[in-house]
Ligand binder design. Structure first.
Ligand code: SDX
Length: 434
C-alpha cells in the first residue's frame, strides 16, 4: 500500500507550561488525526482511550464509513450500489485489489476461487472430533485455526505468493467449512462443493442438499445470499478486524489471524448480535409486549439492550440495514411467507424506538444485525448459524485489511500501554507473617 496521508498542520499540547507540537494528518475524506506516536517521548504521557472511541489504529484505503450521514463505501463505491449491481466475489476482488475487475480479471478470479473450494480430506474428518451439540462458531474457530496445520505452503505472511494463496484458499474454503459446521450440527452428511454453481448457490447447496433427493438452488434465494454476503464483507476497523490486524502485526500465520477474528466476531455486542436479535424478537413474542422491552432497554439498572440497535460509528441509519430490510421482504415474498410474526415485531419495534426520545437523543438506529436474523431464518438457517454466515462474508474484509497491513511498511507490532492503578512495589511476605 502506498501511504497517502497528508500534512494538515499541527496541534499544540500544553502540559505544566511546556508546549508540545503534534502533527495533524488528513486523509482523502473524513476526520483528521493527531499523530501522538512521539507523545510519550516528548511529554512522558500516554493518551487514554479505552474502547478506542477517538483513536485511529492505522491508515487504510479499503472502507470508509460516515457515521453521521450513514454512508458506507468499499474502495469508494457506495454499499447500496454494490449490493444492487455487484456480486460477492466481484466485491471481494474490489476489497482485496482496490479496483473493480475487468472481464478477464473477474473470470480468472472466479476460476481460482471455484477451484479451491474443496478442503483436505483430513479436515473433513476434523469435524468428527466435536460433540454434536457444539456451537457452529466453536467449530469455525477450531477448524479455521487448524488450517495452519494443513496448509504449510501458504502460511508465511512475509512471502507474497504464500499470502495470495492463503487469501484465495480462505475465501474459497470458508463456505465449505461453514456448511460442514451446519451439517455436522444437524447430523446430516457433508455435501461436496459443486463447481458448476456460483459461490453463493454452491454454499446453499452444501448446506441444504441431501443425498436422498435432488436439490435445485432458487436463483432469487442465491441472489439474496450473495447480497447478504456483500453487506457483511468489510466495515473499517471494527473489533474483529482490529483483532485480525493485531494478530497479524506479530507475524502470525493467516489462518491463525482469521481464527482470532472469528473468535472476536462471536460476541453478542459484535457479530453475535444477529443471533441475539432474533432470540430477542422471539422472546418479545407479540407486538403488545414491545413497550416492556423498550422500557428495559432504557433502564440503566437493567443490562438488557435492544439487540440490532445502536452502533459505535453510525449515529444515523446503518445503510446495510436498509438493504437488509429490502432483501428480507424479497425473500419472504419469494418463499410465500405472508405473515412473519418476528418481522411484524421488528417493524413495530423499529417504529416505536425511532420515535422514542431515548433512542433519538442517543442516535440509536437499527444496524446490520436488526433484520439479518429474520431473513437468514427464512432462508432456513438456525440462529446458531447466523454469526457463521457473518464470519464467512467478513473473511474477505479481514484478509483485505490483513494484507493491506502487511503491505504497509510503516506498520509495527501493535502494543498498547495503560494507566496502572494497581499495587506499587512492595516486598514479599512469608506466609507465616501474613
Ligand atoms: C456490529 O464496529 C462495527 O463496525 C461493527 C459492525 C461490523 O460490521 O463490523 O457494524 C457489526 O457489531 C453491529 C453492532 C451489533 N451489536 C448490537 O446490535 C448489540 C446492541 N448494541 C449495543 O450493544 C451498542 O450499541 C454497541 C455495542 C453496538 C455500540 O456500543 P458503544 O458504541 O460502546 O455505545 P455505548 O454502549 O457507549 O452506548 C451509548 C449509549 C449508552 O447509554 P449512556 O451510557 O450514554 O446513558 O447508548 C446506549 C448505552 O446504554 N445504548 C443502548 C443500545 N446501544 C447503546 N441502549 C439500549 N439498547 C441498545 N442497543
Amino acid at each position: 500500500m502506498e501511504n497517502k496521508i497528508k500534512d494538515a498542520g499541527t496541534a499544540k499540547l500544553e502540559i505544566d507550561g511546556k508546549v508540545t507540537e503534534l502533527p495533524i494528518y488528513a486523509g482523502s475524506v473524513g476526520p483528521n488525526g493527531i499523530d501522538v506516536r512521539a507523545l510519550y517521548k516528548h511529554t512522558g504521557h500516554f493518551t487514554f482511550d479505552p474502547g478506542y472511541t477517538s483513536t485511529c489504529s492505522t491508515e487504510s484505503q479499503i472502507t470508509y464509513i460516515d457515521g453521521g450521514k450513514g454512508t458506507l463505501l468499499y474502495r469508494g463505491y457506495p454499499i447500496e450500489q454494490l449490493a444492487e449491481n455487484s456480486t460477492f466475489l466481484e466485491t471481494a476482488y474490489l476489497l482485496m485489489n482496490g479496483e473493480l475487475p475487468d472481464k478477464q480479471q473477474s473470470e480468472a478470479f472466479v476460476d481460482t476461487i471455484t477451484n479451491h473450494t474443496m478442503i483436505h480430506e483430513q479436515v473433513e474428518r476434523f469435524f468428527h472430533g466435536f460433540r454434536r451439540d457444539a456451537h457452529p462458531m466453536a467449530m469455525m474457530c477450531g477448524t479455521i485455526g487448524a488450517l495452519s496445520a494443513f496448509y504449510h505452503d501458504s502460511s508465511d505472511p512475509q512471502n507474497n505468493e504464500q499470502r495470495d494463496m492463503a487469501m484465495h484458499r480462505l475465501i474459497a474454503k470458508l463456505p465449505t467449512i461453514a456448511a460442514r459446521a451446519y451439517k455436522y450440527s444437524i447430523g446430516q452428511p457433508f455435501v461436496y462443493p459443486d463447481n458448476s454453481l456460483s459461490y453463493s448457490a454452491n454454499f446453499l447447496k452444501m448446506c441444504f442438499a441431501v443425498p436422498a433427493e435432488p436439490y435445485e438452488v432458487n436463483p432469487v434465494i442465491a441472489d439474496a445470499m450473495d447480497k447478504i454476503f456483500i453487506l457483511h464483507a468489510d466495515h473499517e476497523q471494527n473489533a474483529s478486524t482490529s483483532t485480525v490486524r493485531l494478530a497479524g502485526s506479530s507475524g502470525a500465520n493467516p489462518y491463525a489471524c482469521i481464527a482470532a477474528g472469528i473468535a472476536c466476531l462471536w460476541g453478542p455486542s459484535h457479530g453475535g448480535a444477529n443471533e441475539a436479535c432474533l432470540n430477542m424478537l422471539k422472546e418479545i413474542g407479540t407486538v403488545d409486549r414491545i413497550p416492556e422491552y423498550i422500557a428495559r432497554a432504557k433502564d440503566k439498572k437493567d443490562p438488557f439492550r435492544l439487540m440490532g440497535f445502536g452502533h459505535r460509528v453510525y449515529k444515523n441509519y446503518d445503510p446495510r440495514a436498509r438493504v437488509m430490510q429490502k432483501t428480507t421482504h424479497a425473500v419472504l415474498a419469494e418463499l410465500g411467507i405472508k405473515d412473519s410474526a418476528v418481522l411484524d415485531i421488528a417493524m413495530e419495534l423499529e417504529k416505536i424506538a425511532l420515535n422514542d426520545p431515548y433512542f433519538v437523543e442517543k442516535k440509536l438506529y437499527p444496524n446490520v444485525d436488526f433484520y439479518s436474523g429474520i431473513v437468514l431464518s427464512a432462508l432456513g438457517f438456525p440462529t446458531s448459524m447466523f454469526t457463521v454466515l457473518f464470519a464467512l462474508a467478513r473473511t474477505v474484509g479481514w484478509i483485505s485489511q490483513w494484507n493491506e497491513m502487511l503491505e504497509d511498511k510503516t506498520q509495527r507490532i501493535g502494543r498498547p500501554r495503560q494507566i496502572y492503578t494497581g499495587a506499587t512495589q512492595r516486598d514479599y511476605v512469608p506466609v507465616s507473617k501474613r
